[in-house]
Design a binder for this molecule. Structure first.
Ligand code: SF4
Ligand code: SF4
Length: 104
């Protein structure tokens, strides 16, 4: 059976366009972007999809793309705690997104 997933949105860097200027790392409020080998890299676990980096990049190298977040299924008793932890993480991300939107 296919594993269920939640569709959320994340920043994605087009390496062909990125020149490694670092402007996106300066504006990202969650520290989700770093420069590695002269290219910006997004940590999907930290990205809250506020899109500030998209507006900041002078090269148009960052886009918001759909990201499929796997949801664990409960197969054993211990899995429930992990599912709860995942949902808590998603809830925190949604809260961050709300705050970012309010600040716009
Ligand atoms: S602002 Fe754009 S070009 Fe500069 S490092 Fe970030 S993604 Fe690359
Ligand atoms: S969308 Fe927001 S949180 Fe995600 S990498 Fe860009 S600035 Fe950071």
């Amino acid at each position: 059976m296919q594993q269920p997933s939640l569709l959320i949105w994340k920043a994605f860097v087009d390496e062909d366009l990125c020149v490694g200027c670092g402007k996106c790392t300066e504006v990202c409020g969650t520290g989700a972007i770093r420069i590695a080998d002269k290219k910006a890299v997004v940590d999907f676990n930290r990205c809250i999809c506020c899109a500030i980096c998209v507006r900041t990049c002078p090269r148009g190298a960052i886009r918001i793309v759909p990201y499929s977040f796997p949801i664990l299924q409960r197969e054993e008793e211990g899995d429930l705690d992990e599912i709860k932890a995942q949902l808590k993480g998603i809830r925190a991300q949604l809260g961050e997104m709300e705050r970012s939107i309010e600040e716009l």
